[in-house]
Design a protein around this ligand. Structure first.
Ligand SMILES: C[S@@+](CC[C@H](N)C(=O)[O-])C[C@H]1O[C@@H](n2cnc3c(N)ncnc32)[C@H](O)[C@@H]1O
Length: 379
């Protein structure tokens, strides 16, 4: 057994633990977990000497909605100095790190040194300075040991994560990075999975943070001139973000938009039922923050994904109380059946809601790729 760490929005550790138990319900030994500190759950996961490929499979199987970050196969190290901690961290992860580097295709590496207050969203957490020093010390050691230099454009394929428990004790994890859906990474390439959207006084509502987190997680955003539909848009925090990206926005709501947005010639307000509204032409992005009615989300996704009416979707599923994991699975299945990649996450700024993010897989492109793989043509 190996110890894995999962971080989540503090106060949602119970949901994360319930989900881990649910994900492993049919494993020979369902996962046991405990809360290590606010926002950090530790779980006992099979396999303590996994090869990179075994780890990739486990990462793909362990992508809980309520986990913002995963730190696989943790080892505890201790040393009184930053240099001593860096050496101990490298010693602990060296075999796996070398296996990953030897793959060549491992791509670039990233190092995240985390501190407990950061996971709680504190802007100036304790031990931050020590974490920065440790981060530099680790990068120096890795650079010295690297056998080849990947190109700057190569994707990040290896992540070293360290959680400083106190000044002299740390939990360290080395991991390959998998891409569970679209351009999204797991573990997240955002430290602790946090996008930390900056304050924005011009936003009509604080809800803008949730869309900012989703776009950061997707590693994609609308491009200037693209068309975006915002369902349940008022007062307009999400429309504001779409405009900041440069998209032309169709905002659908029964209620009016904030006056500043309403004056923008690139924002078109459509009064009506957001569950029934479809654009005259397919658009690049559809986002939805319609309040309540979580049971209608699979129906909404079916309407948009089957055609498809958009290339990318970001849809909030808002619960009255705790999460309904079966309903989340149902919504994910609807999009997958229509040939989409899709993933659900509970972000730091989400409360009784989760965010589904998806993308259309162009069937003609996929078919042409598999036909060119197979010179005999498709069978
Ligand atoms: C949470 S608010 C959206 C906040 C918005 N995303 C923002 O950033 O400011 C939910 C919105 O959904 C709208 N809504 C709920 N049911 C709707 C429906 N069936 N048709 C249109 N709008 C609906 C409400 O009027 C409300 O403005």
């Amino acid at each position: 057994m190996a110890q894995w760490g999962f971080s989540c929005r503090h106060d949602y550790e119970g949901e994360l633990r319930a989900e881990l138990a649910r994900l492993s319900a049919d494993w020979p030994i369902p996962l046991r977990s405990e809360i290590a500190m606010p926002g950090v759950v530790l779980a006992q996961v099979p396999g303590d000497q996994d090869s990179p490929d075994q780890l990739r499979l486990r990462l793909a199987a362990l992508d809980p909605v309520y986990a913002l970050q995963v730190l696989p196969q943790l080892t505890q190290v201790s040393a009184p100095s930053v240099a001593g901690l860096a050496d101990a961290c490298m010693d602990a992860v060296r075999p796996l790190w070398q296996d990953l580097a030897a793959e060549g295709a491992g791509g670039r590496f990233a190092v995240h040194v985390l501190v407990p207050g950061q996971i709680k969203g504190q802007p100036r957490p304790q031990m931050q300075h020590r974490a920065e020093l440790l981060n530099q010390a680790l990068k120096q050691r890795i650079m010295r040991a690297e056998l080849h230099r990947p190109a700057k454009t190569d994707p990040v394929g290896r992540l070293l994560q360290v959680l400083l428990v106190d000044a002299e004790v740390a939990l360290v994890s080395a991991s390959p990075v998998v891409r569970p859906a679209g351009a999204m990474s797991w573990p997240s390439l955002l430290p602790a999975g946090l996008a930390n959207p900056p304050d924005d006084d011009a936003a009509p509502s604080s809800a803008f943070r949730k869309l900012r987190e989703a776009l950061a997680c997707m590693a994609e955003q609308p491009q200037p001139g693209q068309q975006a539909v915002d369902l349940g848009a008022s007062p307009g925090g999400w429309s504001h973000v779409l405009r900041q990206c440069g998209a032309e926005v169709h905002a659908v709501d029964r209620a009016e938009l904030d006056r500043r947005l309403a004056r923008d010639p690139q924002v078109h307000w459509h009064e009506g039922d957001a569950f029934r509204w479809l654009p005259p032409e397919p658009v690049q992005w559809m986002v939805s923050d319609i309040i309540a009615y979580p049971q209608r989300v699979p129906e909404l996704l079916a309407a948009w994904c089957d055609q498809p009416w958009a290339q990318r979707v970001v849809v909030q599923m808002k619960f009255k109380g705790g999460p309904d994991f079966e309903l989340i699975d149902q919504a994910v299945a609807v999009a997958r059946q229509a040939g989409w990649w899709i993933r659900a996450k509970h972000f730091f700024n989400d409360k009784h809601e989760v965010t589904l993010m998806g993308g259309y897989i162009d069937r003609e492109v996929v078919a042409s790729l598999s036909a060119s793989d197979n010179p005999q043509g498709r069978q």
